[in-house]
Design a protein around this ligand. Sequence first.
Ligand code: HEM
Length: 405
Amino acid sequence: MKANSQIILLHEISKLGTSTAQWEPYAWYKEMRDNNPVYYDAEQDVWNVFLYDHAKRVLFDHELFSNKKERSLIPIPQRLESRSNVNLVDPPEHRKRRALLAQAFTPRSLKDWEPRIQEIVDGLIAEMEGAPSVDIVESLAIPLPIIVIADLLGVPYQDRRQFKTWSDILFLPYNNEAFADIEQQKGQAMKEFAEYLYPIVLQKRNHPEDDIISDLTKAELEGERLTDEEVVMSAIGLLGAGNETTTTLISNMFYCMLFDKPGIYQELRSDLSLVPKLTEEVLRFRFAATMDRKVAQDTNVFGPEMKAGQAIVAWIGSANRDESKYESADVFDIHRPGNQQHLTFGAGPHFCLGAPLARLEANMALTSFVKRFADIRQVEGFEIAPHLTVSITGQSLKSFPIELR
Ligand code: HEM
């Protein structure tokens, strides 16, 4: 794999060099919306759109903007490009693959999962009791999604630190300096992850249980069962898609409550029905997400002439702050109308399959937390820089100490 042939280096486009600048890219987003809303990066031959309507069009219009791409922000190791991969394909083919997974995420199956998720949440919150302060990332935001998805898939959650290590490596962003090293680490993580899952898949094919891996071993695509390798790759895809993103959401909820809207915690305590509104506003307000596609046909839908084969990045974090969509977009306001129309879960055919699960986990976690603790406070002298990590989904918190009351 060579940097420019397969990988789009995001930070080379934004020129936001430090992790703190990447954590607060919102002033740069605004500058781009105002001055360069359709921006061509000649160095990497990549188009970039920053407005809400443009980003939405990129996600919806698969005839112009395809997900079958050679270059990407998140280069997918080749093993993942199997027949069962739901993301790297366009409709109509996409529909069949998505249907394989969609069953697991119906409102009904989520309802069945609620008691188990509540049990996991209760266990994690019980462990925080009595402590004057906790690292909310380590104690809640990381373990909750991992335990939930491990349970859903039917893999032992005791191995969750190992999944976390593998998926962190698979989601490491590339950079020019450490390119070969990152490439090597990813290959190794993928190999180990697959070797770990393979016997579990074999076992479930012979003795199916009530979980997603067992369902996938029985599922058919175009009249043929998925191979063991394809089931392994689907499982890795789900573990990867659902963990880091949900961790970021839960961590950012606490950050927003303490730094973007101090005082909101007491409002939630007096009315727990506001929790889902907070979740949606966090998704809109503080998620520096980006998504990429390939321009499928020559087009000038956004003004300039784009050529088939070029890459295009939709800057979702900017679209969610577009003033023509949201009044006072830079204000964190859980009461704003339409905040759930953010693009953080994507839009169109690839709209996040796990969105209802992520929302459920975040809402249940925060509701139980707010019921249990009278207040939360910033830790004195808190500085963001040491708590940031590198990630493909935008900057996220790798740790976040908070005081409990
Ligand atoms: C806050 C948490 C999450 C965020 C922000 C998020 C975001 C996204 C986005 C933006 C897409 C669309 C990608 C594209 O257009 O190419 C997507 C797709 C997907 N997500 Fe999520 N996701 C989250 C949680 C989850 C969870 C918990 C799961 C499953 C356990 C999941 C599974 C998937 C799958 C399977 C797809 C592919 C759908 C398709 O291509 O048709 N996600 N997600």
